[in-house]
Design a protein around this ligand. Sequence first.
Ligand SMILES: NC(=O)c1ccc[n+]([C@@H]2O[C@H](COP(=O)([O-])OP(=O)(O)OC[C@H]3O[C@@H](n4cnc5c(N)ncnc54)[C@H](O)[C@@H]3O)[C@@H](O)[C@H]2O)c1
Length: 255
Amino acid sequence: MFDLSGKNALVTGAASGIGEATARTLAAAGAKVFVADLDFDRGVAVADDIAQQGLAAEFMELDVSDKSSCAAAEAYIRRTSGWLDILVNNAGIGHVGTILETTSEDLDRLFAVNVRGMFDLTKAFIGGMIERNHGVIVNVASIGGIIAIRDRLAYCTTKFAVVGFTKCIALDHATQGIRANSICPGRVETEFVKKRIAEYPDPKKAYEEMAATQAIGRMGTPEEIAACALYLASDEAAFVTGTALEIDGGFSVGK
Ligand SMILES: NC(=O)c1ccc[n+]([C@@H]2O[C@H](COP(=O)([O-])OP(=O)(O)OC[C@H]3O[C@@H](n4cnc5c(N)ncnc54)[C@H](O)[C@@H]3O)[C@@H](O)[C@H]2O)c1
């Protein structure tokens, strides 16, 4: 089960956190993985480390908020590998604040990466997937795309959009061999969360409070989210499309 041999996968935001764990997990399952990120040094280090384990990985410099960068990624993969089977749109950025602390520039900045970046990269690849009548799209949203999270106005706005975007792709292209699902993680211990915690006046207290918001009393690990991406990317999930899979340690249960 969960064998991705012979498949080509691209993971965005793969230099860190959930994206890195997903790249490692998909490669371990047999996929050739394009480790895509705008962080050159960390991205190269991740791809090299995967390759040193005898697995197939290659770094790709990509800024999802730049439409020409998305088009170049598609052209490169078409030229060098022929096609893409699995697209994991994971790159994302956050912001802390209610509408009172959020500027329209903040909203534009988050939207450019979290939503428009996902749109442009998916648009670049979906034509080729439809041509082959085969393609899997996994979009990393957030539990903040299902329920509101206090002080995360801009972030939740973009993540609700990700869930909606994913459902539309799933519905429009279900009979063309395309499956699209989103993953909605609760709090996962990554650089992303560390940065958000650092924005609080008392980071230690903020950490403890964030861990406690999961019903199981701890944050998730990137590997726990990567396992979900592997399932959705695999043929074992052939009947799964349009879902928003909550993997949140019970963050939302009872809310
Ligand atoms: N960590 C959590 O608690 C959590 C919870 C729910 C959802 N998420 C989502 O998971 C995804 C990954 O989060 P993470 O915690 O692993 O973050 P992270 O900050 O550890 O990693 C994000 C990666 O994305 C890259 N990136 C940022 N902007 C980019 C761009 N324009 N183009 C290409 N790459 C870019 C960064 O360089 C970084 O390597 C995000 O979409 C985030 O919203 C995270």
